[in-house]
Design a protein around this ligand. Structure first.
Ligand code: KE4
Length: 429
C-alpha cells in the first residue's frame, strides 16, 4: 500500500492542528506510522487519499452501523439542509426523534440532546449530583466517558494510549470526587461505597466496556451494581454511547435486563452527525433547566441536520430489527475465522465479543478488566494492525479499542478479512 498523499497531508495538518488531528486516537501514536487520510467512504469501505480501498472495522468509532453514506441518512440531511441548517429555536424533528428513542429504549421517559458523547456523560453526572445533592462519583479504570475533567482519571481509549489516564489540567479538587473501581469487581465497588457513606451521587459505567477493547460484564456484575445503587440511594448511569442502538434497539438495558437510572447515548443516535443524548425517568429529567435547577445548554443541541441524520438512522433500526441478529451473526463468523487463523500459527491471543462488538487481545489470560487488558503484547498488536492495513483491512489503531461491525459488511468481506489474518498471523510468530 502506498500512503504518500496521506503522509503529505499529515505533514501539512501538523503545522496547523495539534498532532495533525482533531482527536488524538486518530494519530496512530499507539501503532506508529502516519495516519491514513480518508477521501470518502461508502458501505463497508473507506477510500483513502492514495486510492486504496480499505474494509472498515472502525466505522467512525461506531456510528456507521448501516455502512458509510447510507442513502436514507444522506438524503435526509440533504433535504433538511435546503431548509436551513440551524435556528437556535425548537423544531418538530427534535420531538420526533425523542419520541422514537423513548419508544425504542426501555425505562426512559424524557431525553435531552447534546452534541457529543462527552457532553451527554458530563451532563448526566451533573444531573445525578444535582438530583442526589452528593458530589462523588464512581467510574471504572479503563472505561472512557469522554474528555470531561471528572472522567480523565484512569480513562480508557485514547487516554490510556497516550499514558495520560490522569490528564494534566484536571485539578486535584475535581479528581478527589472521582473514585476509581475495578471493572467486573463487585466487592471493590462495595468497599468504595462503604468508605464513602452517603457521599456518592452515581456510578457511571460502560455496561459492555469498549474502551479497553471489548469487555463484557461478568455474570451478576451489573445486577450487583443495581442492587448496591438501590441500597445506597446512588444513581446508576449506563454510558451507552457505544452500546446504545448497537447491541439491540434498546441497547444494553434490553439485552441485560438491568435498568439504569440515567442512560447516555452518542455515535449511532446521530447517524454520523454530532449528536449525544442523555435520558432518564421523568422525576430525574425534570431536574434539568428550564424545568429544574440543574443547568445544561448548547447552541447546536438538537440541530436540524443532526436530528435528520439521527432520525433516519433510528427509523431504519426500528423498522429493520433483524439487522441486530444479522450483524451479530457476522461478528460471530468473524470471531471464529480470526481465532482459527491465529490458532493455526499458535499465536497467543484471546478474543472478546458481545453482539457486534469484538476485540483481539494478544494476551495469555482472559481480558476482564483494565489490568488484564494492559497485559496484552502491544508490539504484537502493532504488527497485527499494520499487517492488516497492508492487506486492505482497517482496524482500530489501538489495542484499547473495539472493532465496530457494520451491516454493510458482506460475508465475502469477512472472508477477505479472515484471509488477511491468516497472512498476518505468519508474521507475528
Ligand atoms: P465523544 O465525545 O467522543 O462523542 O464520546 C465520548 C465517549 C463516551 N462514552 C463512550 C463509551 C465512548 O466510547 C466515547 C467515545 N469513544 C471513543 C472511541 N473509543 C471516541 C474516539 C475518539 O476519541 O476519537
Amino acid at each position: 500500500m502506498i500512503y504518500k498523499r496521506s503522509s503529505a497531508l499529515f505533514a501539512a495538518a501538523q503545522k496547523v492542528i495539534p498532532g495533525g488531528v482533531n482527536s488524538p486516537v486518530r494519530a496512530f501514536k499507539a501503532v506508529g506510522g502516519d495516519p491514513i487520510f480518508v477521501k470518502e467512504a461508502k458501505g463497508a469501505y473507506l477510500y483513502d487519499e492514495d486510492g486504496n480501498q480499505l474494509i472498515d472495522y472502525i466505522n467512525s468509532w461506531g456510528p456507521m452501523i448501516l455502512g458509510h453514506a447510507h442513502p436514507p441518512v444522506v438524503n435526509a440531511v440533504i433535504e433538511k439542509a435546503k431548509k436551513g441548517t440551524s435556528f437556535g429555536m425548537p423544531t418538530e424533528i427534535e420531538t420526533e426523534i425523542a419520541e422514537l428513542a423513548i419508544k425504542m429504549v426501555p425505562n426512559i421517559d424524557k431525553i435531552r440532546f447534546v452534541n457529543s458523547g462527552t457532553e451527554a456523560c458530563m451532563s448526566a453526572v451533573r444531573l445525578a449530583r444535582g438530583f442526589t445533592k452528593r458530589d462523588k462519583i464512581i467510574k471504572f479504570a479503563g472505561c472512557y466517558h469522554g474528555h470531561s475533567d471528572s472522567f480523565l482519571i484512569q480513562a480508557g481509549s485514547g487516554a490510556v494510549t497516550f499514558g495520560t489516564p490522569n490528564s494534566p489540567g484536571v485539578t486535584e479538587g475535581t479528581a478527589k470526587d472521582t473514585l476509581l473501581a475495578q471493572y467486573n469487581n463487585l466487592k471493590n465497588v462495595q468497599e468504595i461505597i462503604a468508605s464513602n457513606p452517603d457521599e456518592i451521587a452515581c456510578i457511571i459505567i460502560e455496561p459492555v466496556a469498549g474502551n479497553m477493547g471489548c469487555i463484557p460484564p461478568v455474570e451478576g456484575f451489573l445486577e450487583g451494581l443495581r442492587a448496591l445503587c438501590d441500597a445506597n440511594k446512588i444513581l446508576l448511569i449506563f454510558d451507552e454511547v457505544m452500546t446504545g442502538f448497537r447491541l439491540a434497539q434498546g441497547g444494553a438495558q434490553e439485552i441485560t435486563g438491568v435498568n439504569a437510572d440515567i442512560v447516555t447515548f452518542g455515535k449511532v443516535i446521530g447517524g454520523g452527525l454530532p449528536v449525544g443524548a442523555f435520558a432518564a425517568r421523568e422525576e430525574i429529567m425534570n431536574y434539568l433547566a428550564p424545568v429544574g435547577p440543574v443547568y445544561q445548554a448548547g447552541t447546536l443541541s438538537g440541530n436540524p441536520l443532526a436530528m435528520a441524520a439521527g432520525l433516519a438512522m433510528l427509523t431504519e433500526l426500528n423498522t429493520k430489527a433483524d439487522i441486530f441478529k444479522s450483524i451479530n451473526d457476522k461478528t460471530a463468523y468473524l470471531h471464529k475465522g480470526i481465532a482459527k487463523a491465529l490458532e493455526a500459527e499458535n499465536i497467543t491471543h484471546t478474543i472478546n465479543r458481545l453482539g457486534s462488538m469484538i476485540s483481539v487481545h494478544f494476551a495469555e489470560d482472559n481480558v476482564v478488566d483494565f489490568e488484564s487488558a494492559a497485559k496484552g503484547n502491544n508490539e504484537t498488536f502493532k504488527k497485527f494492525f499494520h499487517g492488516m492495513l497492508e492487506n486492505g483491512v482497517y482496524i482500530a489503531p489501538s489495542a484499547f479499542e473495539t472493532w465496530f461491525i457494520t451491516e454493510a459488511l458482506s460475508y465475502e468481506d469477512l472472508d477477505k478479512t479472515i484471509e488477511a489474518v491468516k497472512k498476518v498471523a505468519v508474521t507475528l510468530k
